[in-house]
Write a protein that binds this ligand. Structure first.
Ligand SMILES: CC(=O)SCCNC(=O)CCNC(=O)[C@H](O)C(C)(C)COP(=O)(O)OP(=O)(O)OC[C@H]1O[C@@H](n2cnc3c(N)ncnc32)[C@H](O)[C@@H]1OP(=O)(O)O
Ligand SMILES: N[C@@H](CCO)C(=O)O
Length: 373
């Protein structure tokens, strides 16, 4: 099979811009296959002669490949962590971020054309995190990267990093698993189901075949609201919004139910929903959410300890102390099951799960000492 990756840039001119690689057909864990898979990716810095300086940064659920600015003006989602002189110093390291299969930031996903020329839509198969890892490994080969200096990510990005370390132990020297455990728990699956059902039950969903028509925007916005509540702590929401009404709106005054005014927190969640709808495909949201539901590094590999005993990477595990979605206890469970004595770094942030995105200063200092000194 021929794998075509666009040539690596010779200078920093293309840093932080999207490139594409055709990695061929992908056999899927749950059965079936995807023909002609394309991966979208961004890179920063230069791969050195022996390809020993490559770092893979995996995005979270609705993240894109745009980790940092590079040659573009658009700020990245881990901007402070990656760049010239930053903890992940792009003068030293070659950084790459890949859009997960099923996503909507350039990789093959439900909105991509199937072989018959129509969007995959309802026909898009279940692609597990393990399947995506397999696809990403082919891109690494095409780029000449035999082993990563480090693979890291937060939330689903952390799950993707962990899956890399367990699937290709010899190819991951260091692995940072941030704000996620070794598997999706019953509660995480439960929250995820509510989100996917919100989309599926939108009258415009049409079983996923809505391209060319009206997208299930209400469902996607509701899914985001549910998710966003889990990404933030009760303390933060209380502190920011309390019981305040949104501007002139009157939550306690309504002639009929439909006219009730909103509390501030409702308006905030409405805004979060609207914002996601502008940048995300509903089918991709389902595909990736279901991939995250599949997260279980031990699946088919025996006990958790047995599954992790195959890893040879040095591990960095971190959790946000106020995370009420991926509880720090799950990070402790993961660390305890890993070979050796792996500490759990604590990110102190009252915000909740999203602390892995907002408290980059703390994370950066912890990671610098551990992996990038
Ligand atoms: C191409 C791309 O966009 S790729 C994007 C990649 N994104 C990711 O990887 C996800 C990572 N990012 C995130 O999840 C988030 O951006 C975070 C966690 C970093 C920050 O969270 P945010 O939601 O941006 O911050 P916060 O909770 O403070 O919300 C701010 C927004 O709420 C709005 N807001 C605040 N209070 C209210 C209210 N009462 N009513 C309505 N809106 C409100 C603000 O005006 C602001 O709006 P804006 O984002 O349009 O400027
Ligand atoms: N806010 C993040 C959290 C997911 O872990 C996202 O949207 O991807």
């Amino acid at each position: 099979m021929t794998i075509t990756a666009t040539a690596l840039p010779k200078s920093g001119e293309e840093d932080g811009t999207v490139k594409y690689a055709a990695i061929g057909p992908l056999d899927l864990e749950a059965g079936g296959f995807l023909p002609d898979v394309v991966l979208a990716y961004e890179t920063w810095g230069q791969l050195n002669a022996d390809a020993s300086n490559a770092v893979l940064i995996q995005h979270a659920l609705t993240g894109s490949t745009h980790v940092a600015r590079g040659a573009t003006d658009e700020e990245g989602w881990w901007e402070q962590l990656v760049g010239p002189g930053a903890t992940i110093d792009t003068n030293r390291f070659f950084v790459i971020s890949i859009n997960i299969v099923g996503g909507c930031y350039g990789s093959t996903g439900p909105s991509s054309e199937a072989p018959d020329g129509r969007p995959w839509g309802s026909r898009f198969p279940l692609v597990t995190l393990r399947d995506s890892t397999e696809a990403e490994a082919r891109l690494a080969e095409a780029l000449g990267i035999e082993a990563w200096h480090a693979v890291l990510g937060g939330s689903m990005g952390g799950a993707r990093a962990l899956e890399w370390a367990a699937t290709f132990p010899e190819r991951v020297k260091r692995c940072a698993v941030i704000s996620v455990g070794a598997y999706s728990t019953a509660e995480q699956i439960a929250f995820a189901q509510a989100q996917t059902l919100a989309i599926r039950q939108d009258p415009n969903f049409n079983n996923g075949d809505y391209y060319g028509g009206t997208a299930p925007e209400h469902g996607l916005a509701l899914a985001r609201r549910i998710a966003h509540i889990t990404y933030r702590s009760a303390l933060e929401l209380d502190f920011r919004f309390g019981r305040e009404a949104q501007h002139q709106e009157k939550p306690l005054a309504a002639a009929v139910l439909g006219e009730r005014g909103r509390y501030q927190v409702e308006s905030y969640l409405d805004h979060q929903g609207t914002k996601l709808v502008r940048r995300f495909d509903a089918n991709s949201y389902i595909a990736i959410t279901e991939a995250l539901m599949s997260h279980d590094v031990a699946r088919g590999r025996g006990s958790l300890e047995a599954a992790l005993s195959r890893t040879t990477a040095e591990f960095f595990v971190a959790a946000v102390d106020s995370d009420r979605l991926y509880f720090p206890a799950q990070s402790r469970e993961l660390a305890a099951a890993l070979p050796g004595d792996v500490p759990v770094h604590v990110i102190e942030a009252p915000i909740g799960h999203d602390g892995f995105l907002t408290e980059i200063g703390q994370l950066s200092a912890q990671l610098r000492g551990a992996f990038f000194a």
